[in-house]
Ligand binder design. Structure first.
Ligand code: ZN
Length: 365
């Protein structure tokens, strides 16, 4: 920690003289000033009690980063280092005082999604916007659900983002416009942000989404099914009950659309299961409520989520649902009726990947 209490005043470690009566502003236990020639000065609890805000084993990266961030965010208002918030028993690494205060968390140590959710909820309770900037440990991780669930949040002009603070460059490495393509692959863009002005201006680049290769995707699904990949088993079992093969989904199900990054194994397999369920209801009217229920069940089956830590997937799922039905109407498979949709024709499933391939080559030839 950088701030300690002495003579009822807060002192910054870099301005602190050597004395032995410093204490922690939160728990009032004794803290020791560490001050070397090569390390950033900092305070540490003499003994680890049950201090609510103690983060012992704080790295030099964290200590240095906090100071850099205090500097970075100064343009938004007066910054306080290590602001203690007794009401929620939390300590913000940097606190930016403004109409809507910002709590900056420079996260360098491991943290569970429950802890992130709890701290985020604490800040929300105070009407504070929590801004998580991730350190090296997280920068080495693959961009995937684990990071997205805990830390991704929407930022004006940047879509859904993950923010990393690079201590060496003293810049934000911004992973923005996070999405999943229809094969379930996570996509994003990266920008270096050197100032608050650049952050506020938002993305200035043209974003181009690479198209998916559906033939390759069918082939990969087929291979995974042959290897009995556990994640695909519930999907294939569901489709098997309807006499279908996952890799043989109908061409009308194919889409180049993308989803928010909580779609588990992706939009195409979601369409395969939801499609199989909908067409099993031939002779009935598919009401919006039925479609919605199947859409949610499908999302659960493909390992997707309706909710992440800091954004939810309801709108994304509603869009996926709407687009799918629209594609089926446009293809002549669904007909709009007063209370919903009726099945007009059945799309063709291939028996498996090999059968699909033969069919496809015939069409091409
Ligand atoms: Zn303490």
């Amino acid at each position: 920690m950088l701030i300690a209490l002495v003579d009822q005043k807060l002192v910054d470690a870099q301005d602190a003289a050597r004395r032995n009566d410093y204490c922690c502003p939160a728990c009032h236990e004794t803290v020791i000033l560490h001050h070397g020639t090569r390390v950033q000065p900092y305070f540490a609890h003499k003994s680890l009690g049950d201090c609510a805000v103690a983060t012992e084993g704080e790295t030099q990266q964290h200590v240095l980063g906090k100071r850099q961030l205090a500097e970075f965010f100064r343009g938004w208002g007066p910054v306080t280092l290590e602001k203690i918030l007794p009401k929620i028993q939390q300590r913000a690494d940097c606190w930016v005082a403004r109409d809507h205060p910002v709590a900056v968390e420079f996260q360098c140590s491991p943290i569970s999604s429950e802890q992130v959710a709890q701290r985020t909820a604490g800040y929300r309770q105070l009407g504070v916007y929590p801004c998580w900037l991730l350190g090296e440990r997280f920068a080495r991780q693959k961009i995937g659900w684990s990071l997205i669930d805990r830390f991704a949040s929407p930022l004006r002009g940047w879509g859904l983002c993950l923010l990393f603070w690079d201590v060496g460059r003293q810049q934000i490495r911004l992973i923005h416009h996070l999405y999943q393509d229809a094969t379930g692959t996570y996509g994003y863009w990266q920008s270096w942000v050197a100032s608050l002005a650049e952050l506020e201006v938002g993305n200035q680049r043209r974003l181009w989404i690479p198209p998916i290769n559906v033939r390759q995707f069918r082939h990969d699904l087929d291979q995974k099914l042959l290897r009995a990949t556990p994640a695909l088993r519930p999907l294939q079992e569901t489709l098997y009950l309807h006499g279908h093969h996952l890799a043989g989904f109908p061409t009308v199900f194919v889409t180049q659309r993308v989803t928010p990054p909580l779609f588990g194994q992706g939009l195409l397999v979601w369409r395969a299961v939801v499609g199989a369920w909908m067409f099993a209801l031939r002779g009935e009217v598919l009401t919006p409520a039925t479609v919605e229920r199947l859409a949610e069940q499908g999302l659960a089956l493909i390992g997707g989520h309706l909710q992440a830590g800091r954004f939810d997937g309801k709108e994304g799922l509603a869009r996926a649902q709407h687009d799918f039905v629209q594609d089926l109407v446009n293809g002549g498979y669904f007909v709009r009726v007063k209370t919903g949709w009726q099945i007009n024709a059945e799309p063709q499933w291939a028996a498996d990947y090999t059968a699909w391939l033969k069919n496809d080559e015939k069409k091409l030839g």
